[in-house]
Structures are given as structure tokens and as C-alpha cells.
Write a protein that binds this ligand. Structure first.
Ligand code: CUK
Ligand code: CUA
Length: 641
């Protein structure tokens, strides 16, 4: 009885600690000063200075904002179907959402990460993680389209992802949930966690030219929960650092079970060493099943391949791949400063920020200054790797970004604030309230070697009184702060799509000039393309009917289709013949369960339609494209079988 009461008390304490409103800042309105509006103002017709790529959380998508205006420029469909863009509805895009479980039209997207060259953002691609059905996506920044999605085997909850190494050699994927590996029978009692559950970290290589991803190797680790990660830089280039919680290896994550230890870990991984062992043939081949989906802009269509093998290195069998560093209570963020020397851990339940030194870590490893091992992996002595602690900075530190001038900015969920502190002397320099309960934060280039310290953006979990009420649910919120001076200054609130987790921002100059304007019709290799109205046709093969159509202002061709019967499967392959920037055409037909198409100039997209009744079915262009847009329509006649 006593034990139960104690348990309840412990639970109440964690609920209070994690709950909202405990430290809600009071002067919400007065926090904005008069000069703020001018700083966020981008005159009509003028461009923003930065692109901000924001995770869409449980919307499964990524949104793109201009900064400093906070204007929404685009929602890029990644893991979820999107009728506005026909994503996951057209036959060409459906394979992108294929997985080993079949078609999964949704995920939970937490983190965005821009590709880098020599530790600097290069503006080529942006990666995103699927947290639910473990996946990594790559978006091409010349088209703002998701061009590749790779599923991660031996994983469940791809949270510690998609963080990259300095030259985008690898994008990593650490599993949030340890699970029995895919090649053993997972039908085991849940309370055999310690024995049967494993953590994995995947190193997914990225081709320098095409960007194509490949699972180079996986590290099999003791069963803990990998939360976040960041790559080393400069001197620490060969290393990757992962925060992990639940070192208790509890199978139920109540505070009393999973958060009882004073310290969890940061795992330091020497991926160069792992590469050496891989080259020596020391990895074990394991049979698995995962989908690898690639979108080809020549055929304007995706192919999905099921891959069947990964190479696995069990870290406990190698003396020098991985080391645990103790880190106070349930570390969440794990961030490396621009010099590559300082590794910042953030314990969600801690009231201090530990800063580790790469130099000290190396010395401790060389001296074998270990306090034991965990699951066969050496544990470095905390004090030996520690540079120092930021004392009493706030409550519930989560994530840290850097300004490149020797300062760090850490988000505090529980005390709802951003705290600026100096890395060298570990002194707090400034703090601002956020409205409310900030999760991630972002400085343009703030996790790279070259931050552009003009702004910090807060991505908040709660909005409450910031916007007009919209029923039981309120818009999620981001807040923009000017950090060009010594003190942070709030200049703008803007709503976001879905729950924002991590986001990255980059100078617009790096991307805007590379933007593709049209797809050239002569480069269209879709097998169903019609490169002119003269090439359109209707072809019947059994009960399959292929309609090769064109769309150009202002008609669909053909626009009268007869001879369709109940039981037919009709594929409308529509080529947009336009060769002007931003003249998409849409396509829909009455009763279509595959929503609609949106077809870019020069592109071909296909809508599959199975008529369910006899009769007359109007079809039309859904995107207002000219004065005669309403005329861009036609009829399909459906007759009995
Ligand atoms: S998590 Cu969201 S606040 Cu998924 Cu990166 Cu930390
Ligand atoms: Cu084409 Cu409206």
C-alpha cells in the first residue's frame, strides 16, 4: 500500500513538472516593443531574406515560411497524402508512400535537416524523419518536392533522425523504441525488454551527385531509447553524438520506472571506425524487409523497391566504436557547437545544462577512464568528459542552437523561455519568455559551422491567448526574435501547420536562384506522355482503359469520352503542355476516390478511376488557369457492362 502511495506522489510530481502553465510568463503583451513591426515587415512585392523549413509534426508534412515576414510559402507533402498537390493520389506518387507494411499515407514528421558541405548549409536537399513507421525523406530544393523516402528496418519510432554529418556523408536514424530485431520472432513477453529488445542506429549514406540514400550499415546497441543526435564538426568530424533515455531499460515508461536514475547517457559513436570494420568485412548480413522509394523527375513518377538485407555491427563486439557518457536525467537535445569542441546535453528533468568537451572525451577514452560498462559498451566517467555545467539556467532544457559568436541558445519547455548563455564561461547572458512551452528553436545555420545569427525562432507547443480562438484547438505557434544585439527581442508571432518540432532556416540567396521553373516537355519520359494534342488516345486492354490526355489553356483533350463500362479501371494520364512558369492544371472527375491531380507544366500525372455507376460524369480542371478556366472541362459516359 505504501509503495503505491509513493508511486502516486512521484507521478503527481512529474505531471506538475511537465504540465503547462506552471511558469507562464505574465507580461505577454508588453514583451513586444515599438520597433518590432518594422523589423518583421517585408513590403508587398519584396522577398524575404530567409527560407524557414518547419516540421509539420503529426500533419506529416513540411512547411516553408519566409522570414522575417512569417509568410507561408508552401506546404511540401512528405509522408502524408495531400489532395492539393495530388501527392499520394496520383499513380505516379503513390509508390512514394509504400512501406514494408504496404501503403502508409501518414507519418509524424519531427525534424528537418539541410544538407551540408564542409559543415556549411549547401542548399541542395532537406531531409526529414518519419517518426512512426521509421522513414527518412529527402526533398530536392530545386523543385521543393520529396524525391526519395527510405524505410528503416530494425527500428520503431525513428526519432533520432535525420541528422547529418558535415559533408552529408550520412544521414542517421536512431530508434526511439528499442524492439526485438526484425530477424527474430518479436512475439515475446514485453517484460523481457532487457533480454530481447535492442536499440539501433542506422547510417544512411547519401550519394554526392544524385542525393540517393542507401543504408550503409546499422549499429546494434543495448536496448535504450535514442532521442536526438548531432554530428561532430572540425576536430570531432568522425563522431556522432546521441542522447538516450530509459537507461533503466524499463518496459513501461512511468517516471518511477524509466526516469529513476540520476543520469542517462549520451552515446558517442566513432563512425569512421565503424566504416573501417565494415570495410574489413566484419559486419553481419541480416535479412530484413524495407521499402526504398525514388521519384524520378524525368518520368515524373516514383518506383518503390523492397530491399532485403542490411549490414549490422554489434557495437559490444568492437572495442572502439561507441562510448557512453553519463548525462543528467532524461537527456533530450544533443547539440554540437560550431567549433566541434562542445557537446551540449539537455536533461528534460534536469535543472542544469551539462557541456562536454570533445578533447576531454578523447583523453578519457585514451586513458580508459571508465566507470564500468553498459550492455558491453564502456561508460566514460562524467567528470572526465565534462567541460562544465550551466547552473540553474531554467527548467526542462530541451534543445540548443548556436550563434557562431561563442553563445548558445537553449529552449526550456517547463519554464517556457529561451536562455542565451556563453559557452566558454557558462554564464547566462539573457532570457526571454516564449508563449508558451517552447520545444525546438532555430537559428539560421544554427547547428552548422557557420550560423547566421540574425534571428532565433521559437517553436511552441501551446498558444493559448496568442490568436483568435478557433474552437477547442488553436493554431500552433512560432515566434521570431531578433538576436543581432546583446538582448533577444520578440518581433513576430506566426502560426504553423501541425505541431512544429525542429526547423531549419537558410539564406534565400542559396536557394531561390536554383528553383526549377518548368519541366521541359521534350524531357518528359513518362510512358503515357502526350507531347501534343495529336498524340492523345484512348486504349482499351481488357477492362483497363488508358486515356492519354493533354491539358493546355483552355481545354482538355479528349474532352468527350465514351465506351467506358462498369467494371472498367480507367487511367487518365494527363500531360500539361504548358511551358510557362506556374501554370499548373488540375484534374478531377465526379466520384473520384483518388481525389485530384495537380500537374505542373511539362509533367504527366495519372488519376485512376473506377466508375461505380452508369451515367454521365463531368470532369474538369481544378486550378483557375485562364479566363476560360471554367470551359476546361468535359464528359465521360459510363455504360452498363
Ligand atoms: S522533439 Cu519535438 S520538442 Cu521530436 Cu525533436 Cu524535442
Ligand atoms: Cu486548367 Cu483551369
Amino acid at each position: 500500500m505504501k509503495a503505491i502511495q509513493l508511486k502516486n506522489i512521484a507521478l503527481v510530481s512529474v505531471v506538475v513538472l511537465l504540465g503547462m502553465g506552471g511558469c507562464k510568463p505574465k507580461n505577454a503583451a508588453s514583451a513586444v516593443d515599438a520597433g518590432a513591426a518594422a523589423k518583421a515587415y517585408v513590403a508587398p512585392g519584396k522577398y524575404d531574406e530567409f527560407y524557414n523549413f518547419v516540421s509539420g509534426g503529426f500533419s506529416g508534412q513540411m512547411s516553408v515560411y519566409g522570414l522575417p515576414s512569417g509568410r507561408l510559402l508552401r506546404v511540401i507533402p512528405v509522408f502524408s497524402v495531400d489532395p492539393e498537390k495530388g501527392w499520394g493520389y496520383s499513380e505516379e506518387t503513390k509508390p512514394m508512400l509504400n512501406t514494408s507494411h504496404g501503403f502508409v499515407p501518414w507519418d509524424d514528421l519531427h525534424h528537418t535537416e539541410l544538407s551540408q558541405t564542409n559543415g556549411e548549409i549547401d542548399g541542395r536537399w532537406i531531409f526529414a524523419n518519419g517518426n512512426n513507421t521509421p522513414r527518412i525523406a529527402r526533398v530536392d530544393l530545386s523543385t521543393f518536392r520529396t524525391n526519395e523516402i527510405i524505410e528503416i528496418p530494425n527500428s520503431a519510432g525513428n526519432h533520432s533522425s535525420p541528422f547529418i554529418t558535415e559533408n552529408t556523408e550520412y544521414v542517421v536514424a536512431g530508434t526511439r523504441f528499442s524492439v526485438p530485431p526484425d530477424n527474430v520472432n518479436g512475439d515475446v513477453p514485453i517484460n523481457t525488454y532487457k533480454k530481447n529488445f535492442k536499440g539501433t542506429i542506422s547510417f544512411v549514406s547519401v550519394d554526392k551527385t544524385s542525393g540517393n540514400m542507401k543504408i550503409a550499415f546499422q549499429l546494434l546497441c543495448p536496448g535504450v531509447n535514442f532521442d536526438l543526435s548531432h554530428a561532430g564538426k572540425g576536430p570531432s568530424h568522425d563522431w556522432m553524438f546521441f542522447s538516450c533515455y530509459n537507461s533503466e531499460q524499463a518496459n513501461t515508461l512511468l517516471e518511477v520506472n524509466a526516469s529513476q536514475k540520476d543520469k542517462d547517457f549520451i552515446l558517442a559513436v566513432n563512425w569512421k571506425k565503424a566504416e573501417e570494420y565494415l570495410a574489413q568485412g566484419k559486419a553481419k548480413k541480416q535479412s530484413v524487409k524495407y521499402a526504398h522509394n525514388v521519384y524520378d523527375e524525368k518520368t515524373h513518377s516514383a518506383t518503390s523497391t523492397i530491399e532485403t538485407e542490411v549490414q549490422v555491427l554489434d557495437v559490444k563486439d568492437f572495442p572502439d566504436i561507441a562510448y557512453f557518457i553519463p548525462c543528467p536525467k532524461s537527456p533530450h537535445g544533443c547539440d554540437v557547437d560550431p567549433t566541434g569542441e562542445y557537446i551540449v546535453g539537455s536533461g528534460k528533468l534536469a535543472a542544469l545544462i551539462p557541456v562536454f568537451s570533445y578533447t576531454k572525451l578523447q583523453a578519457a577514452i585514451a586513458a580508459k577512464d571508465f566507470i564500468g560498462n553498459f550492455g558491453g559498451i564502456p561508460v566514460v566517467k562524467y567528470e572526465s568528459a565534462l567541460y562544465g555545467e550551466v547552473k540553474k539556467p531554467g527548467l526542462g532544457p530541451l534543445h540548443t542552437e548556436f550563434d557562431g559568436k561563442g553563445n548558445a541558445y537553449t529552449s526550456f519547455f517547463v519554464s517556457s523561455e529561451i536562455v542565451k548563455w556563453n559557452i566558454k564561461d557558462l554564464k547566462v547572458l539573457d532570457r526571454v519568455p516564449t508563449y508558451y512551452s517552447i520545444g525546438h528553436l532555430c537559428i539560421p545555420g544554427g547547428d552548422s559551422r557557420k550560423p547566421n545569427a540574425k534571428y532565433v525562432i521559437a517553436y511552441n507547443k501551446i498558444t493559448k491567448d496568442r490568436y483568435l480562438p478557433t474552437g477547442p484547438e488553436l493554431a500552433q505557434s512560432a515566434q521570431l526574435f531578433d538576436i543581432s544585439g546583446d538582448k533577444m527581442q520578440l518581433i513576430l508571432d506566426f502560426p504553423t501547420i501541425g505541431e512544429p518540432h525542429y526547423a531549419q532556416a537558410v539564406s534565400a540567396d542559396l536557394i531561390k536562384t536554383k528553383s526549377v521553373k518548368i519541366f521541359k516537355i521534350e524531357d518528359n519520359f513518362n510512358p503515357y506522355v502526350s507531347k501534343g494534342e495529336g498524340q492523345t488516345k484512348v486504349v482499351r486492354t481488357g477492362n483497363r482503359v488508358d486515356v492519354n490526355m493533354t491539358a493546355i489553356r483552355s481545354h482538355l483533350a479528349p474532352d468527350n469520352i465514351e465506351g467506358i463500362k462498369i467494371g472498367d479501371e480507367v487511367y487518365f494520364h494527363i500531360t500539361n503542355l504548358e511551358q510557362d512558369w506556374d501554370v499548373p492544371h488540375g484534374f478531377a472527375i465526379k466520384g473520384s476516390v483518388n481525389a485530384e491531380l495537380l500537374i505542373m507544366p511539362g509533367e504527366t500525372q495519372t488519376l485512376k478511376w473506377v466508375p461505380d455507376r452508369v451515367g454521365m460524369f463531368p470532369m474538369y480542371c481544378t486550378d483557375f488557369c485562364s479566363a476560360l478556366h471554367q470551359e476546361m472541362s468535359g464528359y465521360v459516359r459510363v455504360s452498363p457492362a
